[in-house]
Design a protein around this ligand. Structure first.
Ligand code: GLA
Length: 409
């Protein structure tokens, strides 16, 4: 026992990092920002404004519509939940008209549904939308979040100095930990440094944050999804090695079911996000989502690619003339051979499906006893295929075919 305690404290001393034991697989849930933004007009738009009613409703639907049962568990508030000023004791105040029962009551409600509760703040003087930031109040705020039983904190980086972030994000993570309440810590630390021309220290970021944003905010368009896909493909050698259980690159929210993506494009976003071992945070109106988009978000086979316990971020292994192949090593592993999830993405716009023909060997599936290959969207089982087998897929414009090759024991 003593040795055990000694080992833990030695580890903490050596690592001096987050060690909160959370996010062993990428977090899954719902986040308000992309779809509901900073709509504070509850007078004219009571159903869509950032208010306790919106989050309660989304929590209800996560459970009643089956999202919770496939793994979506966090209900996360983004910006615009605060009053413009702190209370006289320096504490954060939620907007009194829009959150009349206060944050603790909302947190209790969400927990009563068996879900977890997330909140948003900003390391700087203000949040991106101009509400009070945490600078100068770090300790009060960390303890306030713990008192509210918050499970997840997204800490943005507007109105802050990017050079200070190495220190500031680290210190706030430690403060969160010191409360004794374990909270997933989502950082925007690298993205603001990249914008400022400072190369981020990813090994520090990885050891202090459970997830972090690297690139632009997602918007409701295919172009935005494509830009993110390109960023992750073009920068994979730098960023992919830092992903793993407890710490993830965050390409931003899922916009599936909103206005900007076609059905094919929505399938592509979900497939590529799963290959990237991305956090799966839906930002969609769960009251009105169309069934075909809901079905994508509930695809258990693809979710389990994202949630694979090995936690390896996949990579773009081929890119030529608008055709891309993305590959993620997943479990089970047999005699040091991985299984794989594969996404064949067609970025072309000539309006007919493109054929992709490739041997398993060319995809890196080289184990001679073979792989059981199945299509993860179409429920087609191809049986056992071998490295020399040539597979042929037809991929729709801006669409995807997603396969899994499970190693044969
Ligand atoms: C930044 C973040 C977004 C969102 C907004 C809120 O732009 O990157 O994800 O949180 O701020 O104002």
């Amino acid at each position: 026992m003593l040795t055990h305690i000694f080992l833990i404290s030695a580890l903490t001393a050596a690592c001096n990092c987050l060690e909160n034991g959370l996010a062993r697989t990428p977090p899954m849930g719902w986040l308000s920002w992309e779809r509901f933004r900073c709509n504070t007009d509850c007078l004219n738009d009571p159903d869509n404004c950032i208010s306790e009613r919106l989050f309660q409703k989304m929590a209800d639907l996560l459970v009643s519509e089956g999202y919770a049962s496939v793994g979506y568990e966090y209900v996360n508030i983004d910006d615009c939940w605060l009053e413009r000023y702190r209370g006289p004791d320096g504490k954060l105040l939620s907007d009194q008209r829009r959150f009349p029962n206060g944050i603790k009551a909302l947190s209790d409600y969400i927990h009563s549904k068996g879900l977890k509760f997330g909140i948003y703040e900003d390391y700087g003087n203000y949040t991106c939308a101009g509400y009070p930031g945490i600078i100068g109040f770090e300790k009060i705020d960390a303890y306030q979040f713990a008192e509210w039983n918050v499970d997840y904190v997204k800490l943005d980086g507007c109105y802050a100095l990017p050079y200070d972030m190495d220190r500031g994000y680290t210190e706030f993570g430690k403060l969160l930990n010191s409360t004794g309440k374990h909270m997933v810590y989502s950082c925007s630390w690298p993205v603001y440094q990249i914008y400022a021309g400072i190369p981020p220290n990813f090994s520090a970021i990885q050891s202090h944050c459970n997830l972090w944003r690297n690139f632009d905010d997602i918007q409701d368009s295919w172009l935005s999804v494509e830009n993110i896909i390109d960023y992750y493909g073009n920068n994979q050698d730098v960023i992919a090695p830092y992903a793993g259980p407890g710490h993830w690159n965050d390409p931003d929210m899922l916009i599936i079911g909103n206005f900007g993506l076609s059905y094919e494009q929505a399938k592509t976003q979900f497939a590529v996000w799963a290959i990237l071992a991305a956090p799966l945070l839906m930002s969609v109106d769960l009251r009105t989502i169309r069934p075909e988009f809901k079905e994508i978000l509930l695809n258990r086979k693809i979710i389990s690619v994202d949630q694979d316990p090995l936690g390896i971020q996949g990579r773009r292994i081929y890119k030529h003339k608008g055709i891309e192949i993305w590959s993620k090593p997943i479990s089970p592993v047999y005699q040091s051979f991985y299984s794989y999830a594969l996404a064949f993405v067609n970025r072309r716009t000539d309006g007919t499906p493109s054929d992709i023909s490739v041997t398993l060997k060319e995809l890196g599936l080289i184990n001679n006893s073979g792989y059981r290959v199945e299509d993860l969207y179409e429920n087609i089982d191809y049986g056992i295929l071998f490295p020399r087998t040539k597979i042929k897929v037809k991929v729709n414009p801006s669409g995807v075919v997603m396969l899994k090759g499970q190693i044969k024991f």
